[in-house]
Design a protein around this ligand. Structure first.
Ligand code: 13P
Length: 260
């Protein structure tokens, strides 16, 4: 860890995607809380969260009560209310005790037409409601092979954060999730993860040095208990966004342990 790195609190978040009914969510959160110990996160050096389907949020909040475990949604609309059938607004999430929201996950970009333009409005709307955005960025395998990784990340980070004042930048968590590593078992090498997360931090530092130093950049893509220790030890990697392995309480707790 660098000196600046040491000051950042690691975040390990489990993105459940479209898994777990409400009853299953209550059970998984209760199991996690018992594995992670009192304080939910267990200690102040690591923040731990679960990102659940909308219908699980209330049950997750209830099961996590008093534990310190954070609860995140996986998407939201940029407007605070309105005629947008089927959508959920940030104030609705804040009112039920949600801590934050995943924004711009590659599955939303790929399957549901999420655009950087919408994200540039969603990120400030989340902060305005008191929610911590976990903004996901990352390149496809094609873009990496074409040498376009940095260009892709620059475009996403620059555009998605353009609605924020410099003083707000450090309130965002950026998750670097190379698309070729999501759900594939193909994890980025430590060199690839460090290079991309360092590049993302440099992009934010170019707007504000203190924000770049304070910003949390986390890695996602096939994080498992066996590869977590080396990824989480990288100087510019401040935690993990875990998909598949977060559906198993023991595996997720082992990844949290690696972050401590
Ligand atoms: P996996 O850990 O299943 O590869 O998913 C990563 C992810 O998309 C987290 O948001």
């Amino acid at each position: 860890m660098t000196a600046a790195g040491a000051a950042r609190t690691a975040l390990v978040a489990g993105n459940w995607k479209m898994y777990k009914t409400e009853a299953q969510a209550a059970e998984l959160v209760a199991r996690l809380v018992s594995l992670l110990g009192t304080g939910g996160s267990g200690d102040s050096a690591v923040e731990v969260g679960v990102c659940t389907p909308f219908t699980d949020l209330r049950a997750a909040v209830a099961s996590a009560a008093g534990s310190g475990l954070r609860v995140f949604a996986q998407n939201m609309h940029q407007e605070p209310e309105g005629a947008f059938t089927g959508e959920i607004a940030a104030p609705m999430l804040a009112e039920i005790g949600i801590d934050g929201v995943v924004l711009g996950h590659s599955e939303r970009r790929q399957y549901f037409g999420e655009t950087d333009r919408a994200l540039s409005a969603k990120v400030p709307a989340a902060l305005a409601a008191g929610l911590t955005p976990i903004l996901c960025v990352g390149e496809t395998e094609e873009q990496r092979n074409a040498g376009d990784t940095e260009r892709t990340l620059r475009h996403q980070v620059t555009q998605d954060l353009e609605g924020l004042a410099d003083s707000q930048l450090a309130e965002v968590v950026i998750a670097y999730e190379p698309i070729w590593a999501i759900g594939t078992g193909k994890v980025a090498t430590p060199e690839q993860a460090q290079e991309a997360c360092g590049f993302i931090r440099a992009l934010v530092s170019a707007r504000s040095d203190p924000a770049g130093a304070a910003l949390r950049v986390i890695y996602g893509g096939s994080v498992k208990p066996d590869n977590a220790p080396e990824l989480l030890a990288l100087p510019d990697v401040d935690g993990a966004l875990v998909g598949g392995a977060s559906l198993d309480a023991d595996a997720f707790a082992a990844i949290v342990a690696a972050a401590r």
